[in-house]
Every structure is written in structure tokens, then in C-alpha cells.
Design a protein around this ligand. Sequence first.
Ligand code: GUN
Length: 286
Amino acid sequence: MTATLLEGKVFAAEIKKSVHKDVEKFIKSQGIMPGLAVIIVGENAASKVYVANKHKACEELGIYSEVIRMPASATKQELLEQIHVLNESTTIHGILLQLPLPDALKHDEAELLKAIHPDKDVDGFHPVNVGKLAIGQEHLVPCTPAGCIKILELANVEIAGKHAVIIGRSNIVGKPMANLLLSRHATVTICHSRTANLPSITSQADILIVAIGKAHFVTKDMVKPGAVVIDVGINRLADKKLVGDVNFEDVKEVAGAITPVPGGVGLLTIAMLLSNTVKAAQLQCH
Ligand code: GUN
């Protein structure tokens, strides 16, 4: 058997089309564009590429976008002041602090994320938004897990009553993913590095979501025939090739459907950021 390919570009295009319509409606009714500010601190090469992609995607859809570059030597106080200015701005509706932060600021990460107004928190990382998601009152939710849900919905994968297994317990993907799936009535299991007998659990999954950052970790013996496999991982091999956390060539033989890497979930993450930016703008201007 060969799995159906769940191509990110098809779903991302669909989401962007709908966001574009919302952007036009917003501009017509408010006379201003929805606005996103991305703060990037230091010189992380991967972050620079992500931020440039976010900026370009905003331009395509008529979203105003500002990139605020700060040196790795920036202090917590300087960042808090910058966030405060953006919280007060009437042209900026969404604020994203690009992670990871430079080492010197790492232990301030939680305080900095908490300084972003919850209605402008397009990453969904503020404790208020994390809490709302946990009690089933979704407000602004993290872009990558939201993108995974969109893939399942647009591909007409039934979630209610299914066993969803998530490998990875990060605050950015694993935990919010579990809450999003729970709210949609899946039976949810979260596995992680200390899980005993992992394959015996993953092979029960109707929906398997993998977000651990280990190249080719999931092999076909870990996957139930016909399962829907969503690969969130992006890993660079020694030969520079980008691969996911799932051994795609192996797993596609047993899965019912599978996302590729590259060209899968990553494209949805940006689309959901645009969607969250318009949502944030609507929340602030009604
Ligand atoms: N770095 C990698 N992914 C993300 C993301 O989704 N949000 C932020 N803020 N930083 C990131």
C-alpha cells in the first residue's frame, strides 16, 4: 500500500485564500491593514530565514509587516520596552518574538512572552492563551499545531473518537496539539523520551503526530496500517538534506496518509500565523 500524500502547499493555498478575503474585509471596514511585528534578537541563521519568509507571506496577502532587529547584546529591559511600544501601537495587531533567543536572554524567555498582550499574541504562547486552550476556550492558538489540525480537517480526516498519539511534549507543539485534539474529541496519548515501549503505543494510533526533532525516528513497524501520519520535524542531515522525524520512504508503505518534509506542515505554520494576525486585528477593532 502507498499512502496518500498530504501536501502542505495545497492546504496552505486554501488557508491563504480565505485569510486574503478576511484581510480585504478588514481593510474595507477599518481603513487600515492588519499589522504584524516580528522581533528577532541576534543572528540565528535559521531564524533569519523563517522571519524573511513570514515577512514575504504578509506582503503577498496585504498584511503590514515590520521586522524589528535587535542585537544579541540587547537587554531584557530593552526588549520589554520594545514589546510595550508594540502593545500600545494601533497599527500593529500581532507581535511575535522569534525563538530561540540568544543564550544570555534564554532564562528571560517566559517573562518576555508574558509581556506580549494576550490579544496580540499571534504565537499563542502567553500563559493566558495557553490556559484558555487548556480549558477549551481557544483564543489565539500556536501556529504549528493549529496547522496540523487544518491539515486533518481539510483532508477530511475524522478526529472525534479516534486515538491520536503525539510523540513530543513541547510547549510549542506537543502540549497544545494534545489540547486541540482533545477539544475535537480524540482520545489522546502523549509520548516522550521517557515513554516505555514506545512502538506498542504508536502502533495503536489512528492519527500519529511526531514532533521531536530526530531525523527518521519513526519507522513502519511503529505505525498502524492505514494511520494518518503528520510529521512536524525538520532536521538537516550531514549532506544538507532536510528530512522529517518520520522515515518517509519506509512509513509511506503502511500509512493511509502522510505529510512530506519539506513541503508539509511547515507551509501551514506560516499560513496559520497570517490567520492569527487577522484574527488578532479583528479582536482589537470591532
Ligand atoms: N521559532 C521556530 N518556530 C517558531 C514559532 O512558531 N514561533 C516563534 N516565536 N519562534 C519560532
